[in-house]
Design a protein. Structure first.
Length: 304
């Protein structure tokens, strides 16, 4: 795998903490941290940035290069993007279905399909990262939606004892979709109970999964009184990448125009918007306030 110099520098910095994450450069005080493992295009990151949770540090782990470009566009100084996946060992692996919502390092994942894109990605051992970048007193919330790698991460943290630093875990057990790995879920859940680690799975939530499930989990386990300015900035979507924020504004305008304008005028307005390079498709769903989901290019599409 070929990396640009800037990418190599950023990966090295992020893997060891980077930008004030290492313990040498951090003040010795408890910090509320959100670890977004399997960040994709920032669906859960968008939820974690809500000031109501009071997260002081948010780290997004994402091995797919196309997703990393979108994540770097989020405009919040609390966010750090690690261009790698968490796993049980540091190294590299083949990512099957790179950029897709179901991308996995396990080739037998059932929903990948036949003709899929592959890329070589970097992995970081979960224990190494947690011990290097957090302290015993930190309040750490770990979200795992990493298409089969969740058991690798949890088993590594359990084996090393670093799991003791985790306050609460939301885990979507995608190993159920991987024939070679499905047996691991029961054993991991039992070990978490034995260690008295608080964890939540999608099965116990009313939300079907995705960012809604993450929000429901955080509502259960974490709350904070944010400042008025923080709430306003979040409500306006100013933390999002500029391209996504602009697209959400355009869609809001389109929906208003569709409701109030005669059809002929609405069609003309839609043509003008297309000339600007923004494509609006169907009824969007995803992390944006209007339910938009960004596909990494210049268009918005309906989410799952």
């Amino acid at each position: 795998m070929l990396w640009s110099r800037s990418s190599r520098v950023e990966f090295a910095a992020a893997s060891s903490g980077g930008r004030g994450w290492s313990k040498k450069n951090r003040e010795v005080k408890a910090v509320r941290i959100f670890l977004d493992v399997g960040a994709h295009y920032g669906e859960s990151l968008d939820v974690a940035l809500d000031p109501r949770w009071g997260f002081e540090k948010i780290c997004s782990f994402e091995p797919a290069h196309s997703c990393q470009r979108v994540l770097r566009g989020f405009r919040d100084e609390r966010v750090r993007v690690v261009p790698a996946g968490l796993s049980r060992a540091t190294g590299s692996a083949t990512l099957f279905g790179a950029g897709l919502g179901g991308a996995s390092v396990y080739a037998d994942k059932v929903n990948l399909g036949g003709d899929i894109e592959q890329e070589t990605v970097s992995l970081v051992r979960a224990t190494d990262w947690v011990l290097a970048n957090t302290s015993d007193g930190d309040e750490i919330y770990l979200k795992l939606n990493c298409e089969g790698s969740e058991c690798d991460v949890l088993e590594d943290l359990l084996d090393s004892g670093a799991i003791s630093r985790i306050t609460s875990i939301y885990v979507d057990f995608d190993v159920r979709k991987i024939p070679s790995q499905a047996h691991r879920q029961t054993a991991v859940e039992e070990r978490l109970r034995e260690r008295r680690r608080h964890f939540v799975t999608r099965d116990v939530l009313s939300s079907p999964g995705g960012p809604r499930a993450v929000r429901e989990w955080l509502t259960m386990v974490s709350d904070h009184t944010p400042s008025a300015s923080g709430r306003l900035r979040y409500r306006l979507g100013l933390h999002r990448p500029r391209s996504i924020w602009l697209a959400s504004v355009v869609v809001r305008l389109v929906l208003v125009a569709k409701a109030v304008l005669p059809r002929a005028m609405y069609v003309q307005a839609a043509r003008c918007i297309r000339r600007l390079g923004v494509v609006v498709q169907a009824t969007p769903a995803g992390p944006l306030p209007t339910g938009l989901k960004w596909n990494g290019r210049r268009s918005l599409r309906r989410g799952k």
